[in-house]
Write a protein that binds this ligand. Structure first.
Ligand code: KG4
Ligand code: ZN
Length: 402
């Protein structure tokens, strides 16, 4: 099989990204233009500003990715672009540009699910390290600003299929990091700041109640999983297999809005508002705050709160993922998405998965957060299967992964 060079384009949220990947196994270039500075004053992504920034960045980012790969528009074999899930206006910038290129160059275009991209970030890097020993089935935790989802991933021939066995009922884990950082006057995005500050606080100082799922799932209830042991009757005892998971698998669902509210209550009952305002103001005067700037503006109470919050989220993510891994008897664990960059999450997952004899793989930090190499890598099996997108396909904001 000759080498296949795919130009990937990603614009689903607040990063404009392009990359060239060879045959799904070697990243030749990977360019990411972040919009953090644009959204920082608002403490979160502003969709209208995001699409405007994508429009500005897309052409130079794609040209840079080609130049760094020593490639031209003509010398790549195919184009790949994120179809969803994501922000409609943001997705449309990447899709329109990719369609125009594919049409003008007469090259095949492949539409990729962003979440599949996050899973293939792990596969790309493992192939790059020549690790061909991955055991199936794989359980993938995709944990980012928009998602906290558990997928069983299977490969049949060149095609991949996914089954969702758990998801967040409300806030995604990354969203909770971002909202808590905003609440504490620590700026945006919250995950990386809380990650670094947590090392300086006592994670046992504030007790967070375990995350509880009290509210019904807002999504349509899914059918019982075809792979779930929980849904299979226990023949030996003649009763339904225990524990019996209802169709939406609530044992493996997540909920983080309660933890965010617990932080808010703590702030109110400990009269932290004045010091938070002072910190927000002081940090707004520093163009690119460093760890020392954050530390100079955080008292012990804040550092302890941040460390305890992170410990609670990390603990919940790991407990549920490992329980799902046992339930579905998976051979391998992937942890991917922006929150997979978190130091405590990585260390604790590695330790606790090893205790269960389960190998766990993460992408490198640059490939944990949004990038286009993962999109080009996920497109490769579709290229081999000739699954090309029709020219009239459009953005799918809530695109499910199957
Ligand atoms: O995957 P990503 O770049 O975009 C989405 O698809 O959402 O993830 C961004 C999210 C943000 O919520 C950010 O706060 C979080 O990932 N994040 C982290 C860390 N780095 C990024 N969360 C915890 N610890 C980190 N080191
Ligand atoms: Zn993402």
């Amino acid at each position: 099989m000759p080498d296949t060079f795919i130009l990937g384009i990603e614009s689903s949220c607040d990063e404009t990204a392009a990359a060239v990947v060879r045959s799904g196994e070697q990243m030749i270039s990977n360019v990411v233009a972040s919009q953090i500075a644009t959204h920082k004053p608002y403490g979160g992504v502003v969709p209208e500003l995001a699409s405007r920034e994508h429009l500005r960045a897309i052409v130079p980012v794609v040209k840079q990715a080609l130049a760094e790969a020593g490639k031209t528009f003509e010398s790549v074999d195919a184009l790949a672009v994120t179809q969803g899930p994501g922000l409609a206006g943001s997705l449309l910038v990447g899709i329109s540009y990719a369609k125009a290129l594919a049409y003008a160059l007469d090259k095949p275009l492949i539409a990729v699910n962003h979440l599949e991209g996050h899973i293939h970030a792990v596969l790309l890097e493992e192939r790059q390290k020549r690790n061909r020993e991955l055991q199936f089935p794989v359980l993938a935790l995709v944990v980012s600003g928009g998602h906290t989802h558990l997928y069983l991933a299977e490969q049949q021939g060149e095609s991949w299929s996914y089954e969702n066995i758990g998801h967040t009922r409300d806030d995604a884990a990354g969203e909770a990091f971002d909202k808590v950082a905003k609440l504490l006057g620590l700026g945006y995005p919250g995950g990386p700041v809380i990650d670094r500050l947590s090392k300086h606080g006592d994670p046992h100082a504030v007790r967070f109640p375990p995350s509880q799922i009290k509210h019904p799932d807002r999504r349509t209830l899914s059918q019982p999983s075809k792979n779930s042991k929980a849904a299979t009757p226990d023949v030996s005892s003649g009763r339904a297999g225990a524990p019996t998971a209802p169709p939406s698998h609530p044992r493996f669902d997540f909920s983080y809005s309660g933890m965010k509210t617990a932080v808010l209550r703590y702030v109110e009952t400990h009269n932290m508002a004045v010091s938070i305002d002072a910190r927000r103001h002081a940090l707004s005067l520093v163009p690119k705050p460093k760890l020392e700037d954050y530390l100079a503006n955080c008292d012990k109470q804040t550092l302890d709160l941040v460390a305890s919050f992170q410990r609670a989220i990390v603990g919940d993510l790991i407990t549920k993922t490992l329980a799902a891994a046992r339930e579905y008897e998976v051979a391998t664990l992937f942890v991917t998405g922006g929150v997979a960059a978190n130091g405590e999450l990585r260390e604790t997952f590695e330790r606790e998965a090893a205790e269960q004899g389960l190998p766990v793989f993460f992408p490198s930090r640059p490939l944990s957060t949004d990038n286009a190499a993962m999109i080009a890598a996920a497109a490769y099996p579709k290229f081999l299967a000739q699954q090309f997108a029709p020219m009239d396909f459009s953005a799918e904001v809530g695109m499910p992964l199957r």
